[in-house]
Design a protein. Structure first.
Length: 251
């Protein structure tokens, strides 16, 4: 019998990490600004989430938008890698592409080296930059030589359930690298994702937090076009528990 895939939950707070731990997650991915696709959290936030007890994979992404990073951005992210690992991260989630849509192996190697040179054991995951690459399966095939731990992918599709064939091909193309399905994952998708051979499944399990008004609402940046939309996401413990049950049922 093959082992059940691990369950990773994307969280933005210690409360989210507690909800993940109490409802059966194996690890968390920590970021801020989940509504922007995730950005690097502060050292203090990493420390607080690591104290909740689950292994913490920290997203290191210095800005929203594309994954083509210049030298200054790569240097900043290398410093962020060292910072979050020193703050208790079990690993980092990184990635970069070239302007022609191939994996920026120099940038990825530099970030991975920053993690490995931290003096602490650290896992390294390639994030969903792989899904914006020109050929996600060919990109995954580069990862064993770079020594990466895993890759988070929807198979290049808007949602992982639509990228099953590519995800299964990545499992074959990247021996020794854990393929983790993520991106628009619904509970009903979990059996098919597990059947594709993934080592883990990643969900945000998010729900929009109720707004706590403190006065008159005015728009501030791109956070929302109304008071109801101008809020943040929190972890839904019920979705975590249901995902755990769905994964357990696949073995």
């Amino acid at each position: 019998m093959s082992p059940r895939p691990a369950l990773e939950i994307a969280v933005t707070s210690p409360a989210g990490a507690r909800a993940a731990r109490e409802n059966g997650a194996d690890r968390v991915e920590l970021c801020t600004a989940l509504e922007l696709g995730g950005l690097t959290p502060s050292a203090a936030l990493v420390e607080a989430v690591a104290a909740e007890g689950l292994p913490v994979q920290v997203l290191v992404r210095c800005r929203p938008g594309d994954f083509v990073h210049d030298a200054e951005e790569v240097a900043l992210m290398a410093a962020e890698v060292r910072s979050v690992i020193a703050s208790g991260a079990a690993g980092v989630v990184i990635g970069a592409l070239t302007a022609d849509g191939t994996l920026d192996t120099d940038a990825v190697a530099r970030l991975a080296d920053a993690a490995r040179g931290s003096g602490h054991p650290a896992e390294v995951t390639l994030h969903r930059a792989v899904d914006q690459s020109a050929d996600p399966v060919a990109t995954a095939a580069l990862l064993p030589a770079l020594g990466l731990t895993r890759v988070l992918t929807s198979g290049g599709a808007p949602a992982a359930a639509d990228g099953l064939a590519a995800i299964a091909a990545m499992v074959v193309a990247a021996p020794g690298v854990e393929v983790m399905a993520g991106g628009g994952v619904r509970l009903a998708d979990i059996p098919a994702l597990a059947a594709a051979g993934v080592a883990s499944v990643h969900l945000s399990a998010k729900v929009r937090a109720p707004r706590r008004p403190g006065g008159t609402w005015v728009p501030m940046g791109a956070g929302g076009t109304s008071a109801e939309q101008d809020t943040h996401f929190v972890t839904d413990p019920e979705v975590v528990a249901l995902a755990r049950r769905a994964l357990d049922a696949t073995v």
